[in-house]
Design a binder for this molecule. Structure first.
Ligand code: GLA
Length: 396
């Protein structure tokens, strides 16, 4: 029942073969960038909170080369149409829709004074789309890394992540926080990325215990952050902070929220309670992990899910069902903790469990979920993987 993660080298071969077949070109630059899963700290990266994601062993790969013209010609294995546009012009939002992530990143380079040469590129992915695993951040980070290779330049990692976040804001029109692009850019094997979103500092935290496995269960309920739910939640948190009269959520306590409950009004009061609670839970989870205190970690993950479901209202029936199946197995069944991960409104859950029981747990998740919903989920495990990087193009 556990899906195998495709090898990065196979993805690289697929991308270079696609480039040859669709665009009759040979790759000179190949870039890979991973998706992410978040262990805890949800919907608080845009509230100066803490988040604890890691880069997963699922990648977007872009293979390409300069083509001697002024045009970018880009094909993606999941879409029939080619994106073709003039890269000597400052980039604007255009069509096809998927090309906007790429246009946004090119614009970020242009704004920094880079002249982009015409290029051909082919994109492949092993990150399920709309699954809350940051395929869009991975696409942006892969494009930025590809451009670094094409231009023979290297951006500071933090600047690269911020450039990609701006592409998402301005070209995909999703007012996201910094978690996804940071995870895709800073990922390291065996490391979680604990991000202090107030200072913008990522800290790499060891996560190398072979007895622990992280299972990712895609409910197959498609999530779309550009449909307004995400922006609405972000707005609620901004309204809450303004009503509380504070300049950062880090200066707000649970008592402050309770005292202003009526004034905040529904749903802003519940959104505020989530933010303050989730910041505290994430700090507590980081410290529980550091002392291998799994008895403390499980309840924190459970409380995070409940808060996202009831107070922040970004879960959905299918996510709740998947989390409930994991909870029922409990510690006796090898489950340490489970919750929804990512933006929500569909997407995936994350289940932290004992490695020796991971295959059984995945099988139970798949069977029980299919029985209840009629949907076959996609379940795989991932250890923390390497962030965005250039890969040697085969044959070079
Ligand atoms: C999406 C956004 C992130 C973050 C999560 C929720 O993935 O891109 O910035 O806000 O949702 O934690």
């Amino acid at each position: 029942m556990l899906q195998i993660n495709p090898n990065l080298s196979d993805l690289v071969s697929d991308a270079t073969a696609g480039l040859r077949q669709r665009l009759q070109a040979t790759a000179t630059v190949t870039a890979a960038a991973p998706g992410r899963v978040n262990l805890i700290g949800e919907h608080i990266d845009y509230c100066d909170g803490f988040v604890m994601p890691f880069a997963i062993d699922r990648y977007i790969v872009i293979a390409g080369c300069a083509n001697g013209s002024t045009q970018a010609r880009i094909c993606d294995h999941s879409f029939p149409e080619m994106a073709e546009f003039d890269v000597t012009e400052p980039q604007q939002i255009g069509t096809p829709k998927w090309s906007n992530y790429l246009r946004g990143v090119i614009r970020g380079f242009q704004d920094r004074g880079h002249h982009i040469p015409g290029f051909d590129a082919f994109i492949v992915s092993s990150i399920p789309g709309g699954a809350g695993l940051s395929s869009s951040a991975a696409l942006e980070c892969a494009m930025a890394t590809f451009l670094e290779g094409l231009l023979d330049t290297v951006l500071d990692t933090r600047e690269k992540a911020l450039l990609c976040q701006k592409a998402e804001h301005d070209f995909a029109l999703v007012p996201c926080g910094i978690m996804d692009q940071f995870a895709s850019a800073f990922g390291k094997p065996n490391r979680l990325i604990l991000i202090d979103c107030q200072s913008g500092e990522p800290e790499l935290v060891p996560f190398e215990n072979p007895d622990l496995t992280v299972l990712i269960a895609n409910t197959m309920v498609h999530h779309e952050l550009s449909d307004g739910g995400y922006a609405a939640r972000r707005k609620h948190t901004e309204d809450g902070l303004a009503i509380l009269g504070k300049s950062s959520w880090r200066d707000v306590s649970e008592a402050d929220v309770s005292a202003a409950w009526t004034q905040l009004g529904d749903p802003v009061n519940r959104r505020s309670r989530h933010v303050v609670g989730e910041i505290a839970r994430t700090i507590a989870a980081a410290s529980a992990l550091a002392r291998n205190d799994f008895e403390a970690l499980g309840p924190l993950m459970a409380a995070s899910h409940d808060s996202l479901r009831d107070d922040f209202e970004v879960s959905c029936t299918e996510l709740d069902i998947m989390v409930e199946i994991a909870r029922k197995m409990g510690r006796a069944g090898g489950v340490i903790g489970a919750r929804m991960t990512g933006g929500g409104f569909g997407g995936s859950t994350v289940t932290l469990c004992e490695s020796r029981k991971a295959a059984d747990i995945a099988a139970t998740l798949a069977t029980e979920y299919a029985k209840t919903t009629g949907i076959t989920p996609q379940i795989f495990a991932s250890r923390p993987a390497q962030g965005a990087h250039l890969v040697a193009s085969p044959g070079i």
